[in-house]
Write a protein that binds this ligand. Structure first.
Ligand code: SAH
Length: 401
């Protein structure tokens, strides 16, 4: 077993591999985005699996981690910040750790290669179109960021040009030049971000080519991805994870299912084909709008979405003594809360499927549920983010009493 050490990530202490070395990625030292850079993939999986096993040892025998056959270039959402350095040289990539210096990245190991090629192409086109990159300090210049999103099954590509003002000179010719070598680009959107902010996207989108969104398929359902939509970045693994979550729900067509923390409704929409009815609850208003659009797009009639805090909403369901058969929950990394979990216990669904992106908060929440009459019957880790320390876990619980 390799030695691990505690490091701070996003304000939390996590285990990083001691034998981390800056291996084959030429940007690793400056970029710092991949915690497990240079570590053999098999070893990465072993470390992640061992961590989940340790955290869940009191609840269940954890199944082997589901890793990727090819752990490279899995990110279907790629973001590059643009800047200009000495002698007018344009750079595009990520901010160097803890700084505002842009690391110029030509090709990232975990990003989709076509997306990276599009970003390189945009870098080359800027000069001939006399488009200046935005300068954070002076507020001068136009192009701030480029966001590329690609459908996994459809191959449709959306390019979002984040500009400091709404006008892109010769925009039609720019799109034409860009699509010449990348005909899979199906839509180009200008996103206007005229604020002094570290947020990438502004509020206003102007469609300059195509429909303004792309579509992708997951588990047989179609989902719309707009510039601001949340959509899992690793669709290949997401499909496996969702399949597992739906299997753990053991649906027969008769169940009332809650999809809590539902995001854009993906899990609930897939589950609705196998359930009597589904109720999705989510805090983010824009995600709920997307969820409703997605349900319509798939002609699904037995699903409803509620824009509310999941805990608060579950309390109201528990007060009304609603009949709920299955709760599927996919909370953020911070996990769920007592309002939610105590209401699950009151509603007493026969099954709970917990999809977690934070194994430590998962362990905390499982402690609560297992003390209140639930038993963990299965737990499977998924590697959604190779080269990083993140791990997702799908857990099945059944009510014992
Ligand atoms: N199940 C979705 C999204 C999971 S991400 C998917 O697979 O795509 C977690 C979601 O929880 C986010 O969409 C976030 O906006 C939402 N969320 C965070 N806190 C919440 C709360 N207190 N109540 C409801 N939703 C919340």
């Amino acid at each position: 077993m390799d030695k691990t050490r505690n490091v701070k990530r996003q304000g939390k202490t996590v285990k990083a591999l001691e034998n981390k070395k800056d291996g084959s990625c030429p940007y690793a030292k400056k970029c710092g985005g991949c915690d497990y850079q240079g570590v053999d993939y098999k070893k990465q999986l072993e470390t992640k699996e061992a961590n989940v096993k340790k955290l869940l040892k009191d609840f269940v025998k954890v199944s082997p981690i589901v890793g990727m056959e090819n752990p490279y270039h899995y990110r279907h959402k790629v973001h590059a910040v643009f800047d200009c350095i000495a002698r007018g040289q344009v750079v595009a990539g990520v901010y160097k750790k803890n700084s505002h210096e842009v690391v110029d990245i030509e090709c990232c190991q975990i990003e989709d290669q076509e997306a990276d090629a599009i970003i390189r192409e945009i870098k080359n086109l800027l000069k001939s179109f006399k488009i200046k990159t935005y300068d954070e300090d002076t507020g001068y210049g136009l192009l701030r960021h480029v966001l590329v999103r690609k459908g996994y099954h459809t191959g449709e590509i959306m390019v979002v040009l984040v500009l400091a003002s709404p006008i892109l000179p010769s925009k039609n010719n720019f799109v034409k030049a860009l699509r010449k070598n990348h005909p899979n680009i199906s839509t180009v959107v200008i996103n206007v971000n005229d604020k002094k902010t570290s947020m990438v996207l502004g509020e206003r989108n102007i469609v300059v080519y195509g429909k303004g969104f792309i579509e992708d398929k997951l588990c047989g359902c179609t989902f719309r991805i707009s510039p601001n939509s949340f959509y899992q970045v690793n669709p290949a693994q997401t499909e496996l994870l969702y399949e597992k979550a739906i299997n753990c729900a053991h649906l027969t067509g008769k169940e009332k299912v809650i999809d809590a923390y539902c995001g854009t409704g993906t899990i609930g929409i897939i589950a609705s084909k196998y359930a009597k009815e589904v109720l999705g609850v989510e805090l983010n208003k824009d995600a709920i709008k997307d969820a409703i659009t997605n349900a319509k797009r798939n002609e699904i009639k037995n699903i409803r979405f509620v824009n509310d805090d999941a805990g608060k909403y579950m309390v109201s369901l528990a007060e009304k003594k609603e009949l709920v058969d299955v709760v599927i929950m996919d909370p953020p990394r911070s996990g769920s809360d007592e309002a939610f979990l105590s209401s699950v216990v009151k509603l007493a669904p026969k099954r709970v499927v917990y999809v977690s992106c934070g194994p430590d908060t998962l362990a905390r929440d499982l402690k609560y549920l297992t003390r209140k009459g639930y038993k963990v019957t299965e737990a499977t880790p998924y590697d959604m983010f190779p080269m990083t320390y993140h791990t997702e876990v799908v857990v099945e619980l059944i009510r014992e009493k």
